[in-house]
Design a protein around this ligand. Structure first.
Ligand SMILES: [Zn+2]
Length: 199
């Protein structure tokens, strides 16, 4: 009878549970967040990296990208997760509403003015609120200060401005990722470009 040996990683994780992994240490920025993907690679949410580590330890997820830092205990070191993917598909029962705020709009619009392409500094209501425009995803865009002040209480047409693309609500669960805060470069392949976030 051949003794069954678990793969080395499994041993490491189980021992880590017993010991209790400490806080991550290492050079670089203080990363404490990890991106969680569904089994389909669709972004699901952002969680503390320690929580993502627990998903790995429980074998509920696989590690796609580590950071350069380590969770250290007395006897071992585990890579701090940056992106993990759930092993089993999680059904998302409903499309929660996207929180409409400055950060989310900037992320959707790639931090660019949607009139001239300069760095975004403001949020602009395409149809001004004073003219009955709604504070909704299809009526707000990122804009530079110059375009924003040039437009004032006018429509883009009246101000001689042209929108680069029609604003829409970000699709899927991108909102959860946006709401999570800073985006790491190694998340980008799973999040797509700013243009791809809205459809
Ligand atoms: Zn502009």
């Amino acid at each position: 009878m051949v003794p069954r040996h678990p793969p080395p990683g499994e041993v490491t994780y189980r021992r880590a549970i017993a010991i209790g992994a400490g806080e991550p240490v290492g050079a670089g920025v203080a990363v404490t967040q990890a991106l969680v993907l569904n089994a389909t690679y669709e972004p699901l949410c952002v969680v503390p990296s320690r929580r993502a580590l627990m998903l790995l330890l429980d074998e509920k997820a696989e590690l796609l990208h580590p950071t350069e830092r380590l969770f250290r205990s007395e006897r071992m070191a585990l890579a701090e997760p940056s992106v993990v993917r759930l092993r089993h598909y999680v059904k998302v029962p409903y499309q929660a509403r996207v929180a409409l705020n400055r950060r989310a709009v900037f992320a959707r619009d790639g931090h660019r003015c949607q009139y001239c392409g300069a760095a975004a500094e403001n949020i602009d209501h395409v149809i001004p609120r004073s003219r009955g425009g709604m504070h909704s995803w299809d009526n707000v865009v990122a804009s530079c200060r110059s375009c924003n002040s040039r437009k004032e209480d006018r429509t883009p047409h009246e101000a001689g401005l042209v929108l680069r693309c029609h604003p829409v609500q970000p699709r899927e669960r991108m909102w959860a990722v946006i709401a999570g805060g800073a985006l790491r470069p190694d998340w980008e392949p799973y999040l797509g470009t700013a243009a791809a976030l809205s459809a």
